[in-house]
Design a protein around this ligand. Structure first.
Ligand code: GCV
Length: 798
């Protein structure tokens, strides 16, 4: 569709100006060196006619003959295009300034927007499904980012708001392009210093940078601020002096930031102070803030992520999953109208799969928002490609059957189910200075979050295609291939980490990255899976377990109460079962664990193979960047597979029917090699190394040597080593004294000791071997990286 070159904004607001400039930017002849057919935002222009942007009111005034619908709700838009001999009139009419921006980006989103126009009215329209569409950043004042995997903050540095806020404006533009209207800029932990006057002035600059893009700034607040920074002796939410302090603080904020959105609160959770210190409830605390914000139209996003992290793990009835409902359901109806209770999508914490939190059906008289996590804390931390839209879509579509009637989560959030005026979704974004999310394809998650918030009826596949067209290529084969890769990634990740609803079997007391199965147990954090010699899973039934299932509306409660009707993919979240229990698939639990991990690791390798077919068809730098990432992921999926499989093999004592678990033909263990300078060590947790052992270089240079006893042929040789931070050890692979490969262990991986977090793989392909050949790894440690080695694995080259 042609967009007339002449662009006119009817009004003078910053958003209208931004919208007009955005259209001009898309029309500008661009990218001279790039093959135009590969461009997603093509220069589509037409010299005659006019492109007009304005509010519905302005457009009505300027074009009284246009039949603009009367019912465009806030933030919605209507786009009209008609061609006559005089040229094309293209009109983007927003219900308000934000609607103009969203309409503009909608028009630019499609390579051929003409398909979207109704031929009769020459127009199309859209409106957001829910009013709250925010991102939360967990940025700290020092510039670090909690659970961020893309470098340092674009907002803060060394205790201040950064001088250069150009990236903030760019981020707001990015957010506007996907319909996000709020950004909570600081971490929910340790938020008190952010309310000081100096910081608030900095926030005003952030708000200025985001305002042209319709993104309202919000702040996380510490409920103890009146005491921590206000000089009061108390922060009791019912104390009049505390109330007055908040009212004054909020007025100060609005004087600096007139379009301030509101507060996000984490209280009585993971060490953050809260109303419980005074015997008060979350409603008392939320309403305290709400009354200060109400005169200014601000809102409070009060997080339902409140639980005791010192739970008694000996108590079979204790259950962290119960906490949000147990605490918040009794408060339903007690929250002020400008409070929104923000609940994580599952009852635990962003695991690879969880059931939907029952609280969504348990708050009928309370505004609600769902918290999703874009930053991949438990889903591979952006080092693994995991497209989360299919997970979110399942959650948004899940029918709670509240009142035994259809009540999909997305309709609860939009306010439709319980007739609430406000609600929505909040995505914990974790963007940083390194290309927003660190990894290029991880941006599909941010895009998908915004698109689903706007329209939960979109499918993850549609969204993947939209994103790919706009960011990688409009070549239909590329769009379909990238879409396929994205869509395969979450199921694969779930399979090689924690299937059957066991949660991500990661290091939950540490990095949340590599495998560490027992770290979930014997502590008060409550992410238990209760694996023992006989079976695995948390019994959350009413009949014999924690009673968590009763928190769901009756039809869903019934589904999860019974082992027979609980879907396999959540079975061990709800039930403790013997390893020999047969799933709906007919497999035993233990065999499923084995099979799923082998399947997941194979699928991770396929992601790489599929990506390889894009060589020469997409930007070479992007190709190589993702190729290296997917190669790493395929190797790390093997680490995950082997850790979980060998752990459950040992625990259950039940062999793998297919004899893969515990049998690694072609694997030559480092601890069984002829070692020079290397010392054998126990790896912790043991399952993170093959056979629980590895070697670390004590007297450099070190070497490990094996004599090949297999047959003559061509082989791939993979070296599994530990790439520790704080140094860049060097490795060489030799055959009969000839170096075949040298590499440096310079990836930025977590954990300071050899661990599944930093176990990495270097593969050398298609090497001729004959019996008696000497395979040798040489390592030179560096600083804190001792060149630790787990094994080499020799497999027939395909
Ligand atoms: C911001 C999990 C994360 C924490 C996070 C917390 C929360 O526990 O690991 O980093 O803290 O959730 O959502 O408050």
């Amino acid at each position: 569709m042609a967009i007339p070159l002449k662009v006119r904004a009817l009004g003078s607001s910053a958003q209208e100006k931004a919208a007009a400039e955005e259209i001009q930017r898309s029309l500008a002849p661009c990218c001279a060196n790039i093959d135009p057919s590969s461009l997603t935002t093509r220069a589509r222009h037409q010299s005659g006619g006019e492109t007009v942007v304005g509010t519905v009111k302005e457009v009505r005034h300027a074009f009284p003959d246009l039949a603009i619908p009367a019912d465009i709700p806030p933030e919605g838009y209507w786009i009209y295009s008609n061609s006559t001999q005089k040229g094309t009139l293209l009109v983007i009419a927003g219900a308000d300034d934000a609607g103009i921006l969203y309409g503009t980006f909608a028009l630019l989103r499609y390579p051929d927007a003409s398909e979207r126009f109704d031929p009769q009215s020459h127009s199309f329209r859209s409106q957001p499904a829910m009013p709250i569409r925010w991102v939360d950043e967990w940025d700290n004042a020092d510039g670090s980012i909690e659970r961020g995997y893309a470098g340092r903050s674009i907002f803060f540095d060394s205790g201040h708001v950064r001088e250069d806020l150009a990236p903030v404006a760019e981020y707001a533009r990015l957010l506007a392009s996907i319909g996000i209207n709020g950004c909570n800029v600081n971490n929910v932990n340790n938020a008190a210093p952010f309310l000081t006057t100096g910081f608030l002035r900095g926030f005003a600059r952030i708000a200025d940078a985001m305002r042209p893009w319709g993104v309202h700034v919000a702040l996380s607040v510490d409920i103890a601020s009146p005491q921590k920074i206000g000089g009061l002796s108390t922060y009791d939410p019912l104390n009049p002096a505390v109330k007055a302090w908040w009212a004054a603080k909020v007025s100060e904020i609005y004087a600096l930031i007139p379009n301030f959105a509101g507060f996000t609160v984490k209280a009585d959770s993971e060490g953050q102070p809260g109303p419980a210190s005074y015997g008060r409830t979350p409603a008392n605390a939320a309403n305290l803030l709400a009354s200060a914000l109400r005169p200014h139209n601000g809102v409070v996003l009060y997080r339902a992520f409140v639980y005791n992290h010192h739970l008694d793990w000996h108590d079979p009835k204790a259950d962290r999953a119960r906490a949000a409902y147990d605490i918040f359901h009794p408060l339903d109806g007690k929250f002020a109208p400008n409070v929104i209770v923000q609940t994580k999508e599952g009852p635990i914490d962003f695991q690879a799969r969880e059931p939907v939190s029952p609280l969504f059906a348990g708050l009928e008289q309370t505004n609600q928002a769902m918290e999703l996590q874009i930053t991949q804390e438990y889903t591979g931390q952006q080092r693994h490609l995991v497209y989360l839209a299919p997970m979110w879509k399942q959650v948004l579509d899940f029918d709670m059957r509240a009142g035994n009637r259809p009540s999909p989560i997305n309709e609860i959030l939009s306010g439709k189910t319980f007739h609430r005026p406000m609600g929505g979704v909040v995505g914990v974004a974790g963007i940083g200075q390194q290309a927003w999310l660190g990894s290029p394809l991880a941006l599909a998650n941010l895009y998908a979050f915004g698109r689903l918030a706007w329209n939960p009826n979109l499918t993850p596949g549609q969204i993947a295609a939209e994103w790919t067209r706009q960011t990688i290529s409009s070549d239909p084969d590329v769009v379909s291939k990238v879409g396929k890769i994205l869509m395969q990634s979450w199921p694969a990740y779930e399979r090689y980490t924690g299937p059957l609803g066991m949660q991500t079997l990661t290091d939950i007391t540490g990095t949340h990255y590599g495998p560490n199965i027992e770290s979930s147990e014997n502590n008060g954090w409550g992410q238990w899976h209760r694996a023992d010699h006989e079976g695995v899973g948390m019994d959350r039934s009413v009949a014999t377990g924690t009673g968590f299932t009763s928190q769901y509306p009756p039809e869903v409660a019934k589904l999860y109460e019974s082992v027979a009707t609980t879907p396999d993919d959540l079975l061990l979240f709800f039930h403790h079962l013997p390893y020999t229990y047969k799933l709906h698939s007919g497999k035993t639990v233990i065999q499923h664990i084995y099979d799923s991990h082998y399947q997941g690791a194979t699928e991770a390798a396929q992601l790489l193979e599929e990506w390889a077919t894009l060589k020469g068809r997409i930007d070479p730098a992007l190709y190589e960047d993702m190729r290296a990432r997917l190669e790493y992921q395929a190797g790390h999926a093997i680490v995950w597979r082997d850790a979980i499989v060998q752990y459950f093999l040992k625990l259950s004592g039940i062999p793998d029917e297919q004899r893969r678990a515990g049998h690694y033909p072609g694997r030559l263990e480092a601890e069984a090699a002829r070692l020079t300078g290397y010392k054998i060590i126990d790896v912790s947790p043991w399952e993170d190394a093959s056979d629980g052992k590895a070697v670390r270089c004590e007297v450099a240079p070190c070497s490990a040597e094996w004599t090949w006893q297999g047959s003559t042929g061509r082989y791939n040789i993979a070296a599994q080593y530990f790439d520790l931070p704080g140094g860049t050890a060097r490795f060489t692979l030799q055959v009969n004294g000839h170096a075949l490969a040298n590499w440096i262990a310079d990836a930025n991986l977590p954990s300071l000791h050899p661990h599944g977090d930093n176990s990495a793989r270097h593969t050398v392909r298609d090497i001729e071997l004959k019996p008696g050949d000497v395979l040798r790894i040489e390592a030179t440690p560096d600083a804190n990286d001792p060149g630790a080695l787990d094994y080499i694995e020799v497999t027939a080259a395909p």
